[in-house]
Ligand binder design. Structure first.
Ligand code: NAD
Length: 488
């Protein structure tokens, strides 16, 4: 059997256990693969004290040295990818190749942010002779981070990279269902020489941990990725402490397929992409709005390819799509498909859970789905695609923008005029044309509307982890209260 690590908390550069534990299950077999220690108030107080000490050291560590330690940790993750990937597959279910790519992606987040750590420039603002206005960016302080289970390594990597590159310390509550990914990151930083207390990793009851950490004065940023409902709850809690938030929340990504592209090729590519991570991606392409002329060819190509997706244990090299992450996702898929079917949607493929152990659900293609079906408004966060015809670009854009989400959106077209309209009119933080890739380290990623606010990655990703401080410096002691530097 492939090794799965002994699960532990990581506080003040020490691995710790507690007497309370939770089971961690393999979603492909439903078997228990580990017991996860739970942090209670005592462990959270230790993490806060450690993060305070860590912040004092780390925020005063030269950016170049911070970058070197982050780059060392990233290179250890890359070196260890082949050992790390099976544990991600075991706890999350994704195929081994996707787990390996996730380790690389997590490393890229660290590498990018390590570079940005050295470019957190301030400003010298033009001023009158004898006066200097300087604006600097300072690390915000202790970050309370919350990462979900869909990418056990790269989701924690985003939060840890942003915090550490900016000079912050972080207490990260990674997902209880998938703890090993974040543990591998902590081990890499321990081996890379990160000072104690800068990175702390806890698990437990999510509501208890967020309810304890967020109101603390010492916590200066709440960074969360997960569902919109939980994001709103944490934002309300942070508002009471006047603590800023970085929120990466749900999506329901529209894909506009214009009539000037190869509908068959676009359909095949979309089906493969829908299967990625069993559709459990906040940018997963979900609502396909297809020009009438291309509709039949696109839907057929999509459904034919989707029906061929090989489902199985992610450790088996033939597997294209693993299980969904837990029993809650199966229940959600079944409810949404049943509701759509009852309201008149056609099920082109999938829609029935295979009769085998594990949380397996096939790629399911729903066509001609009426607007009142729940799946048209609720993010499936699983392998369900909706394919509906549209009369033209106006119709497609109106439908794409109809939901309160605005994370990723996609368009397939070779027309510059269409691209120009999509660019100007689509309400989303990320628009991708002729590709279903929505987020790479070097560009900012985040949502509008109920998909959250703030951006991770790109040139602006570290800004949320910093605060600006303005220094007004008069060379001579001011002797009379005038507008600084100006002669009356
Ligand atoms: P959920 O809403 O219960 O949990 C979502 C995430 O938030 C989990 O990681 C969970 O541990 C955490 N969480 C829940 N309550 C919390 C609290 N009070 N304090 C701190 N963290 C808390 O839903 P779920 O069944 O685990 O996941 C399904 C939904 O979550 C999906 O519909 C999807 O919208 C969303 N999700 C989004 C992403 C993303 O990348 N944006 C990732 C995973 C899940």
């Amino acid at each position: 059997m492939t090794d799965y690590p002994d699960l532990k908390l990581f506080i003040d550069n020490r691995w710790r256990t507690t007497s309370d534990t939770l089971p961690v299950l393999n979603p492909a077999t439903e078997a228990e693969i580990g017991r996860l220690p739970i942090a209670r108030k005592a462990e959270l107080d230790d993490a806060l004290a450690a993060a305070e000490r860590g912040f004092r050291v780390w925020s005063r560590t030269a950016p170049r040295i911070r970058a070197q330690i982050i780059l060392k940790a990233a290179s250890l993750l890359r070196e260890r990818g082949a050992q790390i990937a099976p544990s991600i597959t075991m706890e999350n279910g994704k195929p081994l190749m996707q787990a390996k790519l996730e380790v690389i992606r997590g490393s890229e987040f660290f590498e990018w942010d390590a570079g940005e750590a050295q470019r957190l420039y301030g400003q010298v603002v033009p001023s009158a002779p004898g006066v200097r206005y300087t604006v600097i960016r300072e690390a915000a302080g202790i970050v309370a981070g919350f990462a979900p289970w869909n990418f056990p390594l790269s989701q924690p990597a985003r939060k840890i990279a942003g915090a550490l590159a900016s000079g912050c310390s972080i207490i990260l509550k990674a997902a209880e269902e998938t703890p090993a990914g974040a543990m591998h990151i902590a081990q890499a930083f321990l081996d890379a020489g990160l000072p104690a207390g800068v990175l702390n990793l806890v698990f437990g009851d999510p509501a208890e941990i967020s309810g304890y950490l967020i109101p603390q004065d010492r916590v200066r940023l709440v960074a969360f990725t997960g569902s919109t409902s939980v994001g709103i709850h944490l934002t309300e809690m942070a508002a009471r402490a006047m603590t800023p938030v970085l929120m990466e929340l749900g999506g329901h990504a529209p894909v506009i397929v214009c009539d000037d592209v190869d509908a068959q090729a676009a359909g095949v590519m979309s089906a493969v992409r829908k299967a990625r991570n069993s559709g459990q991606v906040c940018t997963s392409p979900t609502r396909f709005f297809v020009a009438e002329k291309s509709y039949a060819a696109f839907a057929k190509a999509f459904a034919d390819r989707a029906a061929q997706v090989r489902i199985g244990n992610g450790l088996d090299s033939a597997t294209e799509m693993g299980p969904v992450a837990n029993a809650r996702r199966i229940a959600a898929m079944e409810t949404l498909v049943e509701d759509a079917r009852a309201k008149g949607a056609k099920v082109l493929c999938g829609g029935v859970r295979p009769n085998q152990p594990g949380y397996f659900y096939p790629v399911t293609v729903l066509a001609e789905v009426p607007d009142d079906a729940r799946v048209m408004r609720e993010e499936p966060f699983g392998p369900i695609a909706i394919i509906n015809p549209v009369s033209g670009l106006d119709d497609a854009i109106t439908r794409a923008n109809a939901l309160p989400f605005g994370l990723a959106a996609y368009g397939f077209t070779h027309s510059a005029a269409n691209v120009d309209r999509l660019t100007n009119e689509i309400e989303a933080g990320n628009l991708s044309i002729n590709t279903l890739e929505a987020s790479v380290a070097e560009v900012p990623f985040g949502g509008v509307k109920y998909s959250g606010h703030g951006r991770e990655g790109g040139a602006e990703g570290l800004h949320h982890y910093t605060v600006t401080k303005t220094i007004s410096h008069r060379m001579e002691l001011e002797t009379e209260p005038t507008v600084a530097g100006a002669k009356p």
